[in-house]
Design a protein around this ligand. Structure first.
Ligand code: ZN
Length: 290
C-alpha cells in the first residue's frame, strides 16, 4: 500500500509517499506560494504514484470539524492568499482518494507516537520552535481538537526577570511565540539563533520561556512524553537548560517517577525533521483504514 503525505508549512510544502509501516519512500519539497499553484504542484507530484490515501498536516489555523461547511479550510491566517482557502477540498478534488487532515504539529505528535519518541505511549505533547511555535497534543490515544485545535504557541508566560524585550507576536506581544520563536530571538539580540554562540545569555532566556510552556503542558495535560523539535531546537544546549528549569518549576509536585529522568522525558523528535511528514503519512494511513 502506498500512501501520500503532505507537510503543508507556511514557508515550504513537503510531499512524500510512504508505506503503511511508516517508511518514507520518496520526498520532495518546494516553497509555499499562492495556494492554487502550490496545491497544483503537490497534485502533480502524486500523479502516477497510485496512492491509496493522503494525509495532510498543515499550518493553521484550520477548520478541523468534519461537520462544518468549511472543514479542511485554512481559516484566519495572515499569509497572503491562504486565508479561508479550501486546502483539503482542492487536494481531494485533484487526487480523489480518502484524506486525513490535521495541524502540522498534531500530525507530528501523532507520527512520534506511532513510530518515534513516544512510540507505545498514549500521550505526548510536541512543540515545534522555529519561525513560529506550534504545539501538537496527543492524549488518551487521540489527537486533541476542541473548539478549534490547541494553539499552544500563544500561551502567556511569566517573564524572565532580566528580559525587557517587548515581544514580537502581532496578536499578543509577549506570548510564547512572541518571546521565543526564531524571529523573537533575532529581534531581541539583533542576530539570528544560528549565529549566537552556545554560551550566549540568549539560551538561558530562551530555555526559561520554553520551560514555562512545558511546565504548563505537564500540569494541564499530564503527557507521558514532551518532544521539542523545529529549527531553534537544533541548538541542543537548550535541552539540559529546559529540563532543569522544568524540574525547578514543578518542584516535586507532580508525583511520577518518569519525571525523575528528565533526560528521557523531554526529548528531541526521534523522527528528526521527518516528524511532520511521517505524521502526515500516519494521517493518510488512518484515512485509508477508514
Ligand atoms: Zn501570540
Amino acid at each position: 500500500m502506498i500512501i501520500g503525505a503532505i507537510e503543508a508549512g507556511g514557508t515550504k510544502f513537503v510531499c512524500g509517499i510512504g508505506s503503511e509501516n511508516g517508511e518514507i519512500l520518496d520526498r520532495v519539497s518546494f516553497p509555499t506560494e499562492k495556494p492554487e499553484e502550490t496545491t497544483e504542484r503537490a497534485a502533480e507530484y502524486f500523479e502516477g504514484k497510485n496512492i491509496e490515501a493522503l494525509g495532510v498536516g498543515s499550518f493553521g489555523p484550520l477548520d478541523l470539524d468534519p461537520q462544518s461547511d468549511t472543514y479542511g479550510h485554512v481559516t484566519t491566517t495572515p499569509k497572503p492568499g491562504w486565508s479561508h482557502y479550501d486546502l483539503l477540498g482542492h487536494l481531494k478534488k485533484k487526487l480523489n482518494v480518502p484524506a486525513g487532515f490535521d495541524t502540522d504539529v498534531n500530525a507530528a505528535a501523532f507520527g512520534e507516537a506511532r513510530w518515534g519518541a513516544a512510540r507505545g505511549l498514549d500521550s505526548c505533547v510536541y512543540y515545534t520552535v522555529g519561525t513560529g511555535i506550534g504545539v501538537g497534543v496527543y492524549v488518551g490515544g487521540r489527537r486533541v481538537h476542541g473548539l478549534v485545535h490547541p494553539e499552544g504557541g500563544h500561551v502567556p508566560m511569566r517573564r524572565h526577570p532580566d528580559d525587557t524585550f517587548a515581544g514580537a507576536c502581532p496578536y499578543h506581544g509577549d506570548c510564547l511565540e512572541g518571546m521565543a520563536a526564531g524571529p523573537a530571538i533575532a529581534k531581541r539580540w539583533g542576530q539570528g539563533s544560528d549565529s549566537l554562540p552556545e554560551d550566549h545569555p540568549a539560551w538561558e532566556i530562551e530555555a526559561h520561556y520554553l520551560a514555562e510552556a512545558v511546565t504548563g503542558a505537564i500540569l494541564l495535560l499530564s503527557p507521558k512524553k514532551i518532544i521539542l523539535g523545529g529549527g531553534v531546537m537544533h541548538q541542543s544546549q537548550l535541552f539540559p537548560l529546559i529540563r532543569s528549569k522544568v524540574a525547578r518549576n514543578l518542584n516535586g509536585y507532580v508525583a511520577s517517577a518518569v519525571l525523575d529522568d528528565m533526560d528521557r522525558y523531554i526529548v528531541p523528535p526521534a523522527l528528526g525533521d521527518n516528524a511532520g511528514l511521517a505524521g502526515s503519512l500516519a494521517l493518510g494511513i488512518e484515512a485509508a483504514q477508514g
